[in-house]
Design a protein around this ligand. Structure first.
Ligand SMILES: [Zn+2]
Length: 205
């Protein structure tokens, strides 16, 4: 399987390059304002290109980041009982419309080699992978792949539930619709009974 370099599933760490070009975004937003027939010099819009660039820096901060430094901080814990963290909140940007989608991620894994990671590291992993132009399906898959690569669990299951503003405010305008995606790896791919038990816990707690 070929991975996008930004999926951060390669073992080599990426150079931490800040390729974010504030001036270029400001110019582009200025152009958009002109293109919709607005006056970018009027008081309410004068600072808008700068504000959009600033918020994009935050919303796309995961483009040049990799969760490896967080997932590398593991600690020893004997046993193979499943670990589950549910309702990790995130905000991401749909890559088709550059509009936000928000929701929660649930992560469960079965450790092996007596190694686990802390809750905050899983939350940071979700945040980094979410703060890129994304698709929900790929977000879900990249979280699973990051865990598999760095923690090598016996099994992993990631579920993401999100509302997409591009569905709510334009096109079909389906307000309140929620999209649910799942990615499963390792032992639970074959073990349907355990997988269903974990999924029930994720969605009903
Ligand atoms: Zn969209």
């Amino acid at each position: 399987m070929i991975h996008d370099a930004r999926s951060c599933t390669s073992t080599t760490s990426q150079p931490d390059v800040d390729s974010f070009d504030v001036g270029r975004i400001e110019r582009a937003v200025h152009e958009i304002l002109l293109a919709i027939g607005e006056d970018p010099t009027r008081e309410g819009l004068a600072d808008t290109p700068r504000r959009v660039a600033k918020s994009y820096r935050e919303l796309f901060s995961g483009v040049n980041q990799c969760p490896s430094e967080h997932l590398a901080r593991q600690f020893e814990q004997a046993g193979e009982d499943p670990v589950m963290v549910s309702d990790i909140p995130f905000t991401s940007m749909c890559e088709h419309h550059l509009l936000p989608f928000t929701g929660v991620a649930h992560i469960a894994y079965q450790p092996q080699h007596d190694r686990v990671v802390g809750l905050s590291k899983l939350a940071r992993t979700v945040e980094i992978i979410a703060r890129r132009p994304q698709q929900q399906e790929r977000l879900t898959q990249q979280i699973r792949e990051a865990l598999e690569e760095h923690l090598d669990p016996a099994a992993v299951l990631v579920m993401v539930e999100a509302s997409h503003s591009c569905m709510q405010i334009r096109g079909a305008k389906v307000c309140g619709a929620k999209m649910r995606t799942r990615s499963v790896g390792g032992r639970w791919e074959r073990d349907g009974a355990t997988r269903r038990e974990i999924q029930d816990l994720m969605l009903n707690d």
